[in-house]
Design a protein around this ligand. Structure first.
Ligand code: C2E
Ligand code: CA
Ligand code: CA
Length: 511
């Protein structure tokens, strides 16, 4: 509806809202997928660390078993026990070598037999495990040494770092894993590290063995979340974009709908923004206020008071004119009804009605309700039907007009002279008044031909015994002319402009 001029700004806002309603679900969905990917990676990192712990524990169980069997032999002559040491190496998987210790000195090993090397129990984490970079035989292959001790006795059994790195590599195919024993650690690429390693950048987790003194750190390299999303979620991304487009369309459609004329009128109707204005109709002779025409105004919250010709066509088109007119009639009845006992002589109340209001008999009920608000006989309700949009004569319309007349409701043809009502039409619908269009009144004082047309209309009314109302009387000359020619009622700015209810009631008491 062209009520305001600032349309380009509105269009910009509308485009922005459409864009936002399209982008919002995409961004939101993207954020949810990102969180979901992070959760999945975190879960996977924890699971992998746990699997590695279990695997290392199974491997160390062999070393522990070997050490348990060898411990009672510690202190015995190396030559006597060397075979037992080698037997453990042969029989137990993952056991690479075994040695016996007496008073913190290795004195016998499966590899070298008699052999002397000082050790410190403090090097072993919780006295039980030591991760070494290598030893004399394989200086570049890490070793995990298991130690079991009792008093001066101790038995050592070693696990090859190669097996450990293998486990780290195989279990954590996509996950990075590190075995940590005290201050030392070993990664999947067989690298031995001194000191604590920094946590992994994505989904870092750490699990500690409940049975041996080691723990496993797991995680992913930087950028893994994006890599994971781009490999796992492409179908979901397509779905997100699809939803984004749908949501953008819905946003666009809802905006269009909410700014569509009928939606806006419906909103205004519910918000009671359509209000009646009253313009006095005066008596031709006495110029006494003998009635009023009710004119609709839209009290728009942003645009202010809107003229009816800007919105009535939309209201007619959308079919909302009927409930709007009904609302206007109710407001008028509520305003003027209480005054009706003080009216001297029937007061004319003109209500503008469109053809669409005459499609069924509802109008009869609307009028009955309207009349019931007034003291009996205190008013003449006049329905104004514009000549430009005449009612098609049908069985229903005849019934309607009959029932309206039975109720005492009068019919006026509005804007008379601008349409094509025939004499037959005027008789068929039992018309009571003609409202001469203001364009003819404006001709008074102009050329003789124009005045002649006006005179003919006035004569026609007299012949057909119809009441006549002249609209748009603005000058004294027009008023005098019409009075001299016997026009019953006059309406125009000369006597009063359309005014709000309270103002009209005050003015009415002075007339
Ligand atoms: P209308 O029924 O011919 O109403 C008379 C119009 O002439 C009103 O315009 C009124 O303000 C204006 N008018 C009155 N005296 C003078 C005057 O001396 N000089 C000039 N230049 N104008 C004068 P308004 O209120 O803007 O209404 C315009 C039209 O909108 C009405 O013409 C009527 O067709 C329609 N309308 C107004 N209210 C309603 C309604 O409740 N229902 C329907 N269906 N139509 C309505
Ligand atoms: Ca009218
Ligand atoms: Ca008119």
């Amino acid at each position: 509806m062209p009520l305001s001029v600032n349309t380009s700004r509105k269009r910009r806002i509308r485009s922005a809202v459409t864009l936002l309603s399209g982008l919002l679900p995409v961004l939101l969905g993207f954020a949810i997928l990102y969180l979901q990917a992070e959760r999945t990676l975190q879960h996977s990192s924890e699971q992998t660390a746990e699997a590695a712990i279990r695997q290392f524990e199974l491997m160390l169980d062999n070393n522990a078993q070997a050490a348990r069997e060898l411990l009672p032999l510690a202190g015995q002559n190396c030559n006597d026990v060397q075979l037992a040491l080698r037997e453990q190496v042969t029989r137990r998987p993952f056991v690479r070598s075994t040695s016996l210790v007496w008073d913190n000195t290795i004195y016998c090993s499966s590899l070298f037999g008699d052999y002397q090397e000082k050790i410190s129990a403090g090097d072993y984490t919780q006295g039980g495990l030591l991760l070494m970079k290598g030893n004399l035989v394989t200086p570049d292959t890490a070793l995990l040494v298991y130690r079991l001790s009792e008093g001066k006795q101790a038995a050592l059994s070693t696990l090859d770092g190669y097996h450990l790195s293998n486990v780290l590599r195989l279990i954590g195919r996509n996950t990075l894993l590190v075995l940590q024993v005290g201050p030392h650690s070993l990664s999947a690429d067989t690298t031995f590290h001194e000191g604590a390693l920094p946590a992994f950048p994505v989904a870092p987790s750490s699990r500690t063995s409940s049975r041996y003194a080691f723990n496993v750190a797991a995680g992913f390299p930087a950028g893994e979340t994006w890599r994971y999303m781009s490999s796992e979620y492409p179908p979901l991304f397509s779905l997100l974009i699809f939803f984004g487009v749908i949501s953008g369309f819905i946003g666009h459609f809802l905006q269009k709908r909410s700014s569509s004329p009928s939606h806006e009128l419906m909103r205004a109707l519910e918000a009671a923004e359509f209000v009646p204005y009253f313009q006095p109709v005066v008596h031709g002779d006495s110029k006494k206020w003998s009635g009023t025409e009710v004119l609709m105004r839209w009290n728009h919250p942003k645009e202010g008071l809107v003229r009816p010709d800007l919105f009535i066509p939309f209201a007619e088109h959308s079919g909302l004119i009927v409930p709007m007119t009904r609302s206007l009639m109710r407001q008028t009845a509520a305003l003027l009804g209480p005054l009706s006992t003080s009216f001297d002589g029937p007061f004319h109340i003109g209500i503008n009605i469109t053809a669409s209001h005459c499609k069924d008999l509802e109008l009869v009920e609307d009028c009955r309700e309207f009349l019931s608000a007034f003291a009996p006989g205190s008013i003449h309700l006049v329905l104004e039907l514009t000549e430009r949009e005449l009612i098609v004569p049908t069985a229903i319309s005849h019934q309607l007009f009959e029932q309206l007349h039975e109720l005492g409701v009068m019919i006026a043809i509005d804007d008379f002279g601008t349409g094509h009502s025939s004499l037959g039409y005027l008789r068929q619908f039992n018309v009571d008044y003609l409202k001469v269009d203001q364009s003819f009144v404006a001709m008074i004082g102009a050329d003789a031909l124009s005045r002649h047309i006006l005179d003919t209309i006035i004569e026609l009314c007299a012949k057909l015994d119809l009441g006549i109302v002249a609209e748009g009387v603005e000058t004294q000359e027009q008023s005098d002319y019409l009075t001299a020619h016997g026009v019953n009622f006059l309406q125009g700015y000369l006597f009063g402009r359309p005014m709000r209810g309270a103002e009209f009631i005050t003015a009415l008491s002075h007339h």
